[in-house]
Design a protein around this ligand. Structure first.
Ligand code: NAP
Length: 279
């Protein structure tokens, strides 16, 4: 058996086309401001991608590329200005920020109705209690992929590897919301292989290349690889040994071309939602 490969790239294009069509029906063009501090090359690539996505969706976008020595006060001032601007619906602070800055304080300064990354405690709380609103982009992208491929998590055993605030925990919450029976694994989990073997849906988000091997997969399972690692040759790869796992799994996401493009598409959906909320 060879797994069906879930094409996140194609689906992301479809989602962005839908977002564009919906944005055209709004009275005002949605606007996204992206703040980048310092010169991290990976962050630069991500910010360029977000600008491109905005153009594709017909959004207005603004970039603030600030020097590494930018102070907390200067950033708080900028966020305050963007918070009060009517043409800006979403504010995104590209992470990580340089070490001298208080990342949490900056994220908490973004107005919750402009927090398109869904990192503000208000939005995290809303997610926790199952209210409507923003969903964090990566886990939301995973759920959208499942829906697109007709995979209903209800009643299924879902194992999430990773418990970070941006991927693992919200992923588990979204699976629970869709009525999966959820297990969260992390670096202290005993018997990771046995936990994974029980999974109908396995989401790997540890950031450890080669962590999930072919003998850890229940036949026919859905395997979602969120991670983005570099292997010994410097090539982008996930946590999952793709070649071995695809022999046993029913569905599998590739890296690249799986969850990554979906994350970007969900940011566009969140910006559209923010624009709708702002009327
Ligand atoms: P993170 O904050 O470093 O969290 C990693 C999690 O994995 C932690 O909870 C850690 O456990 C757990 N873990 C580490 N080694 C493990 C092991 N050997 N066995 C079981 N669990 C283990 O990372 P993150 O921000 O969640 O990101 C995870 C991965 O997803 C990274 O590769 C990142 O680049 C990628 N990512 C991709 C996208 C996308 O769009 N595709 C978006 C965001 C992140 P402890 O809590 O015990 O330390």
């Amino acid at each position: 058996m060879s797994a069906i490969i879930m094409d996140g790239k194609a689906l992301a294009e479809k989602v962005k086309d839908q977002v564009r069509a919906q944005a055209e029906g709004l009275a005002r063009t949605p606007g996204l401001a992206v703040i980048l501090v310092g010169d991290n090359p990976a962050s630069r690539v991500y910010v360029n991608g977000k600008k491109k996505d905005c153009a594709q969706c017909g959004f207005y976008s603004e970039e603030y590329a600030l020097p590494v020595e930018t102070t907390q006060q200067e950033l708080l001032g900028l966020i305050e200005t963007l918070n009060s601007r009517e043409d800006i619906d979403g504010i995104l602070l590209q992470l990580p920020v340089p070490a001298h800055l208080d990342e949490q304080a900056l994220l908490h300064a973004i107005r919750p109705d402009k927090d398109v990354d869904c990192f503000h405690p208000y939005n995290v709380g809303q997610l926790m209690i199952g209210e409507k609103g923003f969903q964090p982009c990566t886990p939301a992208g995973v759920m959208r992929m499942l829906r697109e491929y007709g995979i209903d998590p209800a009643g299924k055993r879902c194992v999430v590897i990773g418990r970070s605030n941006i991927v693992g925990k919200p992923q588990a919450l979204l699976m629970l919301r869709e009525n999966a029976t959820v297990t969260i694994c992390h670096s202290r989990t005993q018997g990771l292989k046995e936990e994974c073997l029980r999974a109908d849906i396995l989401v790997a988000a540890a950031g450890k290349a080669g962590l999930v091997t072919g003998d850890m997969i229940k036949p026919g399972a859905v395997v979602i690889d969120v991670a983005m690692n570099r292997n010994a040759e410097g090539k982008l790869c996930g946590d999952v040994d793709f070649a071995a796992v695809q022999e046993t799994a029913g569905y599998i996401t590739p890296v690249p071309g799986g969850v990554g493009p979906m994350t970007r598409a969900m940011l566009m959906e969140n910006t559209l939602l923010a624009a709708r909320m702002h009327g």
